[in-house]
Design a protein around this ligand. Structure first.
Ligand code: BGC
Length: 334
């Protein structure tokens, strides 16, 4: 038996030696309960290449996000562009990431580190696997003593060529993380761009009880992606949303997620949702509200796509919230 006095003495020793406190263990259920409402950030910000050109201001915008009623940021990382031939991450890029994590935590936000090289991975599986593994080995080592508000997400939206192999990669990627982070919660989602319709095919290692399951929701796609140049073919604009059957569809879809999650004993993050800026604003407001409220009723944490760039909830130029979307997401401000 270790006495309380001895535990206190050990803590004092660690403090004296300035050792980082080991991460506390938090269940994935408790983590999801505290992640609540989130927003995706800085995936497409010049910050990563040149901090002087940043749109997102690390010293201010995390506080803005917290004061705006959010609890979590999902940081979209395109790390492959910042690796050398051996897969080592660029020290300057890592220093930027350290600042991101530090400032987000200081603003009392949960920070999801989401590896977002999903296109590169589907384009070239053989090149992706060592990069993704090396990314997680380095990130896991670097943040092993970080508080439990730092959460890892293995890969955004595995799709197409990745679909048949994704289940096999999950334990391999976890093996790069678990030696240094045995109890940190890790987020993982199904194939077909994290489609809820593919949850039943997702195979998670049964013994790992620190996993959170994620899915993304952009249904109906012709509405949420109208005018989106990256969709092929580009869905035509002018599509509205809000009929009773369309609203009911969200609850029905989310019911199937809950059924799966209960059977598997895994809590859920809706990691992306939103309707592209080119749709009719009244429909976008109705949709954003409906998805966020349904996610809450179903017990999911959620993260809106996204803060800046497109689907914007924050107007960086005006340095102000995009009020209609912000209000739809968070009708009750803190
Ligand atoms: C992609 C973005 C895209 C969004 C909605 C994200 O996962 O990274 O490029 O805009 O999904 O389609």
């Amino acid at each position: 038996m270790v006495s309380i006095r001895k535990v206190l003495a050990m803590g004092a020793l660690a403090a004296l030696l300035a050792l980082p406190a080991a991460a506390r263990e938090i269940s994935p259920e408790a983590q999801v309960a505290s992640m609540k409402r989130g927003v995706n950030i800085i995936g497409y910000d010049p910050l990563w290449k040149d901090p002087a050109k940043a749109r997102f201001q690390l010293d201010r915008h995390f506080k803005t996000i917290k004061a705006g009623g959010f609890d979590t940021v999902r940081v979209n990382l395109h790390a492959f562009a910042h690796m050398d031939a051996e897969g080592r991450l660029d020290p300057q890029w890592l220093a930027t990431l350290d600042k991101v994590v530090k400032e987000a935590l200081a603003a009392r936000l949960t920070v999801i580190l989401d590896e977002h090289d999903f296109n590169a991975c589907q384009d070239d599986l053989a090149a992706c696997k060592p990069k993704l593994t090396s990314f997680w080995r380095q990130i896991a080592q670097r943040y092993k003593a970080a508080p439990d508000q730092v959460v890892f997400e293995l890969l955004n939206e595995p799709n197409r060529a990745m679909d048949p192999i994704w289940n096999d990669w999950i334990p391999d990627l976890l093996a790069a993380i678990r030696p240094t982070n045995p109890t940190r919660n890790v987020i993982v989602g199904p194939t077909h761009w994290n489609s809820l319709h593919r949850l039943s095919e997702l195979k998670l290692p049964k013994a790992d009880r620190h996993l959170i399951v994620t899915f993304h929701y952009y249904d109906p796609f012709p509405f949420t992606h109208q005018g989106a140049s990256w969709a092929s073919p580009v869905p035509p604009v002018g599509v509205s949303w809000g009929a009773a059957d369309e609203r009911a569809r969200i609850d029905k879809d989310f019911d199937t997620v809950v059924a799966w999650a209960k059977a598997e004993g895994r809590p859920v993050l809706l990691g992306e949702f939103g309707a592209y800026d080119k749709g009719p604003l009244d429909s976008r407001i109705a949709y954003t509200k409906a998805v966020a409220r349904s996610a809450e009723r179903h017990g999911f944490a959620w993260a809106y796509w996204q803060f800046d760039s497109d689907f914007v909830v924050y107007d960086i130029k005006a340095d102000a919230w995009n009020a209609p979307i912000h209000d739809a997401l968070l009708p009750q401000k803190p």
